[in-house]
Design a protein around this ligand. Structure first.
Ligand code: SAM
Length: 206
C-alpha cells in the first residue's frame, strides 16, 4: 500500500467511526451530521465569505465550503489530518499550528466572516476556550460569526446523565461545553442550539 493509500484508509476509518456513532445516536458523535449540515447551510446563505476553520481535521465541513469557492483558511496540529485535508483542498491555506498557544501569523492578518470550530475546542479547558474565543472575535469582520459545533450540554445535569450512561466510553481528558457555565464567561452575546442529547451549536455574532 502506498503512503497516500494508507492515509486515505486512516482518514476513512476516522470518518467511519464518526458517522457510525452519529447513525447509532450514541456518545460522542450523536448529532454530528446535523451540526455539519446546519453550519454549512447557514454559511452558504452568503455568496462570498472568508472562512477560518479551527481544527479542520479531515476537512469534512471545510472541503464542502472549499468546493463552493469560498476563501478558506484552516489550522490544525495533526500532520495526518492536514495531509488528508490538503488532498481534498489543494489550493486552500491550511496551516499547522497549536490553537491552545498562538494563531499563525498568516491567519492573524485576515478578517473573517465565519470562524468555525467543529468538535475541536473540547480539547481546551473552559478558561482556555474563552481566551481563544476573545482572540478569534478580534478577527471577525463586522457582522461576522464564530460558530462552534461540538459535544455540548445545556446543563451539568445533562452532562452527568450522559457520563453515567456512557461510563465505559467517557473520555475524562476532554472538556465538553456546558452552556449554563460557558454563556456567562463569554464576554459577547451568544446563543445555544441543542442538536442531540450530547451536542449543540454555540453562536457568537459581532
Ligand atoms: C475530532 S477532530 C474534529 C475535526 C473536524 N473539525 C470535524 O468536525 O470532523 C479534532 C481536530 O482538532 C485538532 N486539534 C485538537 N487540538 C488542537 C490544538 N490545540 N491545535 C490545533 N489543532 C487541534 C485535532 O488535530 C483534530 O484534527
Amino acid at each position: 500500500m502506498t503512503s497516500k493509500e494508507q492515509f486515505n484508509k486512516w482518514a476513512n476509518e476516522y470518518e467511519k467511526s464518526v458517522y457510525s456513532s452519529d447513525q447509532n445516536n450514541t456518545y460522542p458523535f450523536a448529532g454530528y451530521k446535523k451540526i455539519i449540515d446546519n453550519i454549512y447551510k447557514e454559511i452558504i446563505l452568503q455568496d462570498k465569505a472568508n472562512i477560518f476553520d479551527i481544527g479542520f481535521g479531515t476537512g469534512i465541513l471545510l472541503s464542502k465550503l472549499y468546493d463552493k469557492g469560498y476563501n478558506i483558511l484552516g489550522m490544525d496540529f495533526f500532520e495526518k489530518m492536514i495531509k488528508v485535508a490538503k488532498e481534498k483542498m489543494p489550493k486552500a491555506n491550511l496551516f499547522k499550528g497549536d490553537f491552545s498557544k498562538e494563531l499563525n501569523d498568516e491567519i492573524k492578518k485576515v478578517k473573517f466572516d465565519f470562524i468555525i470550530a467543529t468538535y475541536s475546542l473540547h480539547h481546551l479547558r473552559d478558561e482556555e476556550k474563552i481566551k481563544l474565543i476573545i482572540k478569534l472575535y478580534q478577527l471577525l469582520n463586522e457582522n461576522g460569526s464564530i460558530i462552534i459545533g461540538d459535544i455540548a450540554f445545556e446543563t451539568r445535569n445533562e452532562l452527568n446523565k450522559c457520563k453515567i450512561k456512557y461510563e465505559d466510553e467517557w473520555d475524562d481528558e476532554e472538556y465538553y461545553f456546558i452552556y449554563d457555565d460557558i454563556k456567562k464567561m463569554i464576554p459577547y452575546e451568544n446563543t445555544f442550539e441543542k442538536i442531540s442529547f450530547c451536542s449543540g451549536v454555540i453562536r457568537i455574532k459581532k
